[in-house]
Design a protein around this ligand. Structure first.
Ligand SMILES: Cc1cc2nc3c(=O)[nH]c(=O)nc-3n(C[C@H](O)[C@H](O)[C@H](O)COP(=O)(O)OP(=O)(O)OC[C@H]3O[C@@H](n4cnc5c(N)ncnc54)[C@H](O)[C@@H]3O)c2cc1C
Length: 373
């Protein structure tokens, strides 16, 4: 399937499967699990996974297309797919046959997974992860608290970063595929203003036993590599969201009349939308450029500048563009009768997660050769 046909397929999927679901999921703050099953059936879980475990064997470029098209309809059901694809790739890229079987089931729509890294004291500073995994015979015993885990309540497997050897610092960290339904694993929802259709949880490990066979031979370096690919998907997610906000604001500005003419006939409104268009187009070029470079197979160190540039721009631009749409909507924008406020609220998480704005600025500055810490 060529890229345009793939985009058409993703767009049709998003309209069919996200369109009718997202508003109820947003109001209920509950993830519709049947959406995950539908995404798996459509081949959107495991887009870059190898075909022998059921994946589509496509590239990051196609993954970005899927993310953009889904996020155009709703960025939060889209992020549930993003998480499957990132956590799933940790399982099949760094795991044993045990983990590859989990990834196969994940791709088949039978095993929802969650990335379980962040902690109350380890946000951007992942090296500070304190969840402790202690060896006990053939098992590991996990103790600790994770925070902001998207789908942490609904997932079957928590792909969890824990400290196995505190003396070794970040080199002592390993991932574990933890059974969410196992003894000693609990989750409670965190009430956020964003991401409501894909809720976030506090996850508690209290003497949770995990067989050694579920330990991955992947630690800090593996997550950083995975996070870089995730950042391209994050950029694509916000690209889709801002495109929708811009299209909507343009239509509103041409149909809403005040003083006997469309509000878009005023230069101040028209020019703000022109500026938003520049933000959207720049996000598109940067995102797909980073995806193309990633897929070319060059070493990750040579793609970091492209990835961080794309992510930084998209996560800042989506705030600007959705604020513009909100402003264009006037007083009605502040009601639930129009979608502008929901979009503006959703966008506020963009500069925060998967390495905040400042973390991307630091990465870019280092790539430019600046002696920043
Ligand atoms: C809705 C949502 C969903 C999430 N989903 C997941 C998930 O599925 N799995 C998961 O593991 N995590 C998840 N996260 C966690 C997310 O990635 C973290 O919130 C993020 O890493 C920020 O951590 P923090 O909130 O502790 O902020 P902090 O790290 O405390 O940062 C606070 C502020 O300080 C700034 N700052 C921090 N360090 C520096 C520095 N060195 N230089 C300059 N400024 C700095 C930051 O940019 C930010 O502005 C999610 C978060 C949210 C809000």
């Amino acid at each position: 399937m060529d890229r345009e046909a793939f985009r058409d397929m993703c767009r049709a999927f998003a309209q069919r499967e996200i369109g009718p679901r997202w508003q109820q999921a947003d109001a209920d703050k509950q993830f519709p699990r049947d959406f995950y099953v539908a995404a798996a059936r459509a081949g959107l879980i495991g887009i870059t996974a190898p075909e022998e475990i059921g994946g589509a064997g496509l590239g990051t470029y196609e993954e970005a297309i899927a993310m953009e098209e889904m996020a155009k309809v709703n960025p939060n059901l889209a992020v549930s797919v993003l998480i499957q694809n990132v956590a799933g790739s940790i399982l099949y890229e760094h795991g044993t046959e045990v983990h590859r079987e989990m990834a196969r089931r994940n791709i088949a729509g039978e095993c929802l997974v969650a990335i379980t890294v962040t902690e109350p004291e380890a946000g951007n500073d992942i090296q500070n992860v304190r969840t402790r995994a202690t060896r006990d015979g053939d098992d590991w015993v996990l103790d600790g608290i994770k925070s902001f885990i998207t789908l942490g309540g609904e997932a079957d497997i928590l792909v969890t970063l824990a400290q196995t050897d505190p003396a070794a610092g970040r080199h002592g960290m390993r991932f574990f595929a933890v059974d969410r339904h196992g003894k000693g694993v609990d989750a409670s929802q965190i009430d956020t203003y964003v991401n409501r259709p894909a809720p976030t949880y506090r996850v508690m490990f209290n003497q949770a036993r995990v067989p050694d066979a579920r330990r991955l031979d992947a630690g800090f370096a593996a997550i950083m590599a995975g996070f870089n690919r995730e950042r391209i998907m994050v950029a694509a997610r916000w690209l889709g969201h801002m495109q929708t906000a811009l299209d909507w604001a343009r239509d509103y500005a041409t149909t809403r009349h005040q003083f006997g003419r469309p509000i878009g006939a005023n230069q101040s409104i028209a020019f703000s939308l022109a500026q938003a268009h520049v933000d959207v187009e720049a996000a598109r070029q940067l995102t797909y450029h980073a995806a193309e470079r990633w897929d070319s197979g060059i070493p990750i160190e040579q793609v970091i500048l492209d990835v961080s540039t794309a992510k930084l721009h998209a996560t800042q631009a989506v705030v600007r563009v959705t604020q513009t749409a909100l402003h264009v909507a006037g007083g009605w924008g502040l009601t639930s009768e129009l979608p502008a406020m929901r979009w503006a609220l959703d966008a506020l998480v963009a500069p925060v997660t998967v390495g905040s704005v400042e973390i991307q600025q630091r990465a870019i500055a280092r790539q430019l050769g600046l002696p920043v810490e």
